[in-house]
Design a protein around this ligand. Structure first.
Ligand code: SAH
Ligand code: SF4
Ligand code: F3S
Length: 440
């Protein structure tokens, strides 16, 4: 029998929704009376909040478990280890067999974490990867203290079944949280210090309320919350980008001019093999419609190189799409075969060296466009939300409306929004000089 833990540490490995889940698990354990500690090696309970999206992410959890154990053993301790997140969902009991962890809890069941920890402390098996029809959110404690920029999950799961992707299996079917619960949580976040809220979902623009109103209805509702200055949302699927949501980008001043809209590839044959259910052209025409209402919008995307069967010519089509769009920033990955997905058994895999080369060329193009986007903001004045202290005395770091990192010298506090002139543009950040202080 292990003793009940008094301190805990949550480490999140995955996407923003995974980070949000990690925050909520932390709040839950704190509400149970456990004390959070910043150092995983000092905690009685270590929650590894895992990601299953690519092989590397998955393997990381196993190496981490080994490292944590070894470190603790050197100090004569034996921490309780809980595996949460998408690896927990995908591998379940296998993790217990392979790594002898104490608790396994899936992303739809983590409201049961305190119970599972108590069971494990009593020496009983503690595994829960259920996807209950009633949502976990109602069972979580109210949010009390957050930074100026907060995440809020409004939609979970995915029905799109892209052939390479594990998310429909690890997160389950698309479910939207009710409008009232979201608005309540948003108010609590603002009361707890948030000035910006990023609405999260695997397909956040697929959010619908009970009357089938889309995400724009939620954005309009949040727009009315006093004290909330900025609204963002991520990640969106091109097929759920409705006219109403596009219009919201022209109508709602708090909605920031930034859109993460993954396309993955530029070739129609590859898009079809990925089951993306949009074409290169429908994607590009969609961007035209968005830019027509919000010309200054910053676009971001996700790309996969080396999908099975991707030829040199098809890869060139991804590069030409990038040239056409001019992304402000983007994420790019080498294709990683995932167990149980249709693409994992596809023939004609792309050799590792070819993938490496393609990723390098792709990232060079994306870096070039990001630098160009940043350079285009030089000399402009924009609002910056101050998020944290910089390295130098008096220096603060914040974000522009286009999600660029900005550093400046100011006596403004964290959470203030200041008017800044961009005086230097680097590939990854901007330097600014404060103009007039906006009213808080
Ligand atoms: N729902 C979102 C994001 C899901 S995961 C969307 O559809 O865009 C985030 C990104 O990881 C994906 O956009 C994709 O670029 C990448 N990804 C997903 N599965 C992958 C795999 N098997 N190999 C490599 N990259 C992958
Ligand atoms: Fe994965 Fe595709 Fe769903 Fe995104 S839309 S989560 S890439 S299956
Ligand atoms: Fe990873 Fe799960 Fe997010 S697989 S990307 S943590 S939804």
């Amino acid at each position: 029998m292990t003793t009940a833990p008094k301190t805990f540490h949550v480490k999140s490995f995955g996407c923003q929704m995974n980070v949000y889940d990690g925050e909520r698990m932390g709040e839950l354990m704190a509400a149970e009376g456990l004390t959070p500690v910043a150092d995983a090696d000092a905690a009685d309970l270590v929650v590894l909040n895992t990601c299953h999206i690519r092989e590397k992410a998955t393997e990381k959890v196993y190496s981490d478990i080994g490292r944590i154990r070894k470190h603790a053993a050197a100090g004569g301790r034996k921490p309780m280890i809980a595996v949460a997140g998408c690896v927990a969902q995908a591998e379940g009991a296998e993790i217990v067999a392979r790594a002898r962890v104490d608790v396994v809890v899936g992303p739809q069941a983590y409201h049961n974490l305190p119970d599972l920890v108590a069971r494990a402390a009593a020496g009983a098996p503690a595994l829960d990867t259920d996807m209950p029809p009633e949502s976990k959110f109602g069972a979580l404690p109210r949010r009390r203290r957050v930074g100026p920029s907060a995440f809020l999950t409004v939609q979970e799961g995915c029905d799109k079944f892209c052939t390479y992707c594990v998310v429909p299996y690890t997160r389950g079917a698309e479910v939207s949280r009710p409008m009232g619960a979201i608005v309540d949580e948003a108010r609590a976040l603002v009361d707890a210090g948030a000035r910006e809220i990023t609405l999260l979902g695997q397909n956040v623009n697929g959010w619908r309320d009970a009357d089938q109103n889309g995400l724009e209805a939620l954005i309009h509702a949040l727009d009315r919350i006093e004290g909330l200055a900025r609204i963002r949302y991520t990640t969106s699927h091109p097929n759920d980008m409705t006219d109403g949501l596009i219009r919201a980008h022209a109508e709602v001043e708090k909605l920031m001019p930034f859109l993460h809209l993954p396309v993955q590839a530029g070739s129609d044959r590859v898009l079809k093999a990925m089951n993306r259910s949009h074409t290169r052209d429908t994607y590009l025409r969609l961007l035209d419609r968005i830019r027509a209402v919000r010309p200054d919008i910053a676009l971001s995307g996700d790309f996969i190189v080396g999908f099975p069967g991707e030829t040199d010519a098809e890869f060139e089509e991804t590069l030409s799409l990038i040239d056409e769009v001019g992304y402000a920033q983007a994420f790019s990955f080498k294709y990683s075969p995932r167990p149980g997905t249709p693409a994992a058994t596809m023939q004609d895999t792309v050799p590792a060296a070819v993938m490496d080369e393609r990723l390098q060329r792709l990232q060079a193009a994306l870096n070039r466009d990001q630098a160009a986007f940043n350079a285009a903001t030089l000399g402009r004045t924009c609002e910056v939300l101050i998020e944290r202290k910089g390295k130098l005395p008096g220096q603060m770091l914040g974000k522009s409306p286009w999600l660029q990192s900005v550093h400046l010298m100011t006596d403004a506090a964290i959470g203030d929004i200041v008017e800044v002139e961009v005086v230097r543009a680097d590939p990854n950040s901007l330097a600014g000089v404060e103009r007039v202080r906006a009213a808080a």
